[in-house]
Design a protein around this ligand. Structure first.
Ligand code: HDE
Length: 728
């Protein structure tokens, strides 16, 4: 059981915030001091041996205890999610920091300071349940708000746009990205022919491809990702006035990524890296936090943009419509049981409360069908809303009955409405009494299968995204495309992709083409994805290349928006017997004050003895970790320690890799020798006075009197996230 079941900072009077906990508490089993029983409550006397016909005889069918245990075990697995199978989650709360009753009547946004319990699940999309956290992929960011008016699920991603414009193409997209059906290869990876074949026939994916090839697809932590509702939704106020809205979550720690080389390393060294990071941070009391914001567009402005608000491959640049912060999301409690809570959580984009509504985004509309449908099979029937994690805190009263695994015991003879036998209860609620009413949008149109012409500009925002990145971020997009397309075996697929890239940016295309050893085609046959039915002409739907002046949106760059906080990071203290404990203590304190965790990594487990004879607990023996699992490294010095570390090849590997991954390095006293013996000091100008020309992100404290100043520089280097100048 996690340390505290109470949300952080909630007072006893904060009924709503605790309501979900109380609801879950009813279902929590605590076996402390209890005897083992069967599922029928019969106490078990021998849990070691099955019932046999004699000591060496066969097992008897009458052994109901063995049969029950094994049968339950045989049925422990449920189908994994068809997408977003790999994930992790946590409890917390949403706090309204600015009431927006002028914009919506949703009760949980009416009062500043009001808290609503939430459960959040983060996920990758393509990989199976057991796949690595560090796959290049979109991350799901699904939030269940347990409001007093019922559950509201915001089932979003860490990217604000999507691959396709119409739900009709979703099964195709997912089939293309999942492992190829003939050999089930590759796992949790988009770098293969079927994915790029589909993409190269689907130009509407161009914008999303820029995001997925960017470092957003390899986040440093779930705590360091933005969240987006993606689609345009509606806010509806008490007067029935509707406005368009996009939902945003901005992490307090900033948005940060790892390098691709780190992602590869982490996938081997700790495939649970993100799951562990989230769990450990919450256990340590470092509660992840996001600002919750909205972009609001008046109905009259629906057509004022040069893209369609209903098109999920487009975003509204923050420079055009600023994000207004109206709340915060805090995760402060780990689940007690992964299966019961994380695995069985069932989100649905169609779980709405009064004051919110949908738009006609054709991707959103398709999702509205899919989510209940998938839970019916995944969670075994129509009563999945009764599983504790999915139960609303708002009371349920309706005429729905029975079905597999029904938990609720409905009293009385009436299960229909209207009725007179039960006074016509449960009765309809008036809008004033919180009854949900759909926004009465005026529609006057023919029923058609088709796509609006306003959805056909596929490349302008792809180009805006690429052009808004810093040079180093652009380079990473180029390298990701070189890697992904380099893995594609079919030349025609690569060629089509090069053509689509040329519709976005010439330099990007040229650099990718060079590595692929291919020429960029000047034109290609009409895309196979016709965006229309068989009887229409493709030529009418030809996507146009981006041309003209680059439009910039600095808000799209992670580096340009780095808030410069070191908090949330984890560094390794590389030390051995004879280390300088004073340096460790001084730097560790400064780090902890800045919200940075420090773990002692030593050549052996147990404890090491410092210069002064003090026992220092070792967190990780060196052979069990790699530098990619940390954001930086501190070598505290101490003559004997330096000597021992110098003899360990793994230490040099650790330092060289930390350096290569552009991370912060702090060397103290005798450990400054590592400037000479590893790559850390290769380009130092003057080795006798290394501190005169330190490289970016490498800080050196030769004397203990320099520790305070150097620790501050170390923290600054961590806050910069990477020493980007080292790549240039
Ligand atoms: Fe999903 N999606 N999706 N999706 N989605 C699922 O529901 C689906 C889409 C997203 O942590 C499934 O319970 C269709 C966009 C997240 O449990 C499934 C379409 C966005 C999660 C499903 C989309 C998402 C899912 C699989 C196109 C970003 C994980 C298991 C019409 C806004 C939720 C499940 C969790 C999960 C269908 C497109 C986000 C099959 C048909 C766009 C975060 O129902």
């Amino acid at each position: 059981m996690s340390k505290s079941r109470k949300p952080n900072g909630s007072s006893k009077s904060d009924k709503t915030a605790n309501a979900k906990i109380e609801l879950l508490e009813e279902h929590v089993e605590d076996s402390t001091g209890q005897a083992l029983t069967t599922n029928q409550g019969v106490r078990i006397n021998d849990d070691q041996n099955s019932l046999k016909a004699g000591e060496r005889g066969g097992t008897l069918l009458e052994d109901f205890i063995l049969r029950e245990k094994i049968t339950h075990f045989d049925h422990e697995r449920i189908p994994e999610r068809v997408v977003h199978a790999r994930g992790s989650g946590a409890h917390g709360y949403f706090e309204c920091t600015e009431a927006i009753s002028d914009l919506t009547k949703a009760q949980f946004m009416q009062k500043k300071g009001e808290r609503t319990p939430v459960f959040v699940r983060f996920s990758t999309v393509a990989g199976s349940r057991g796949s690595t956290d560090l796959a290049r992929d979109v991350r799901g960011f699904a939030i269940k708000f347990y409001t007093q008016e019922g559950n509201f699920d915001l089932v979003g991603n860490n990217m604000p746009v999507f691959f396709i414009q119409d739900a009709m193409k979703f099964p195709d997209l997912v089939h293309a990205v999942k492992p190829e059906p003939h050999n089930e290869i590759p796992q949790a990876a988009s770098a293969h022919d079927t994915f790029w074949d589909f993409i190269s026939c689907t130009p509407e994916s161009a914008h999303m491809i820029m995001w997925v090839m960017s470092d957003r697809a390899i986040p440093r932590s779930y705590r360091m990702m933005q969240g987006f509702g993606v689609h345009t939704f509606r806010l509806v106020n008490a007067q029935g006035k509707s406005r368009f809205v996009k939902f945003h979550l901005k992490p307090k720690l900033g948005s940060h990524a790892v390098l691709w080389d780190e992602a590869l390393r982490i996938s081997g060294a700790d495939p649970d890296f993100h799951r562990r990071d989230l769990y450990d941070a919450i256990e340590a009391g470092d509660f992840p936090e996001w600002e919750f914001g909205i972009q609001v567009v008046e109905e009259k402005d629906e057509h004022k943009f040069d893209f369609d608000l209903l098109d999920p491959t487009k975003l509204i640049p923050e420079e055009l419509v600023p994000v207004k912060i109206i709340g915060k999301l805090v995760l402060d409690r780990n689940p007690d049981n992964f299966f019961a809570e994380v695995e069985q959580s069932a989100f649905h984009v169609g779980h709405l409360v009064p004051g919110l509504d949908f738009t006609n985004d054709p991707l959103l509309q398709g999702r509205l069908f899919s989510y209940t449908d998938t839970q019916l099979i995944r969670l075994g029937g129509p009563n999945f809303h009764e599983i504790p994690i999915n139960r609303p805190i708002a009371p349920l009263h309706n005429t729905q009955r029975d079905g597999f695994m029904r938990q609720m015991i409905n009293r009385g003879r009436v299960s229909y409405e209207p009725n007179t036998l039960a006074n016509n209860d449960p009765h309809q609620a008036t809008a004033k009494d919180g009854g949900f009413t759909s926004y009465a949008e005026r529609i006057d149109a023919s029923k058609i299968r088709g796509r609006s012409k306003s959805f056909l500009d596929h490349f302008s925002q792809a180009a805006m995204f690429f052009h808004s990145q810093t040079p180093v971020e652009q380079q990473h997009i180029i390298e990701a495309l070189r890697f992904e397309l380099g893995k594609v075996e079919t030349p025609a697929v690569r060629e089509r992709m090069l053509y689509y890239l040329s519709c976005i940016d010439d330099r990007l295309t040229k650099e990718v083409a060079e590595t692929l050893g291919m020429k960029v085609p000047a034109k290609i046959d009409p895309p196979l994805n016709q965006i229309h039915g068989a009887d229409e002409k493709s030529s009418e739907h030809q996507p146009k290349k981006f041309s003209g002046k680059p439009v910039l949106s600095p808000a799209l760059s992670m580096l340009k928006t780095n808030p410069g906080v070191a908090a949330g990071r984890k560094i390794a203290i590389l030390a051995a017997d004879g280390c300088d404990e004073k340096a460790i203590e001084a730097v560790k304190k400064a780090l902890l004050d800045a919200g940075v965790q420090a773990k002692v990594v030593a050549p052996h487990g147990g404890t090491i003895k410092s210069e002064g004879g003090k026992d220092i607990e070792v967190d990780h023996p060196l052979n069990t970790v790699v530098s990619a699992l940390f954001d930086g490294v501190l070598l505290p010095g101490g003559e004997a320690s330096t000597e021992k570390l110098a003899k360990e090849p793994l230490v040099a590997d650790f330092l060289n890799e930390t350096y290569k991954h552009l991370k912060a390095i702090m060397l103290c006293g005798t450990d400054a020798d590592f400037l000479i013996t590893t790559k850390v000091g290769k380009s130092q100008k003057n080795l006798n006075e290394p501190q005169t020309e330190p490289e970016q992100g490498v800080v050196i404290a030769m004397k203990s009197s320099a520790l305070a100043k150097t620790s501050a520089e170390f923290i600054q280097a961590l806050a910069a996230h990477k020493a980007w100048a080292r790549t240039l």
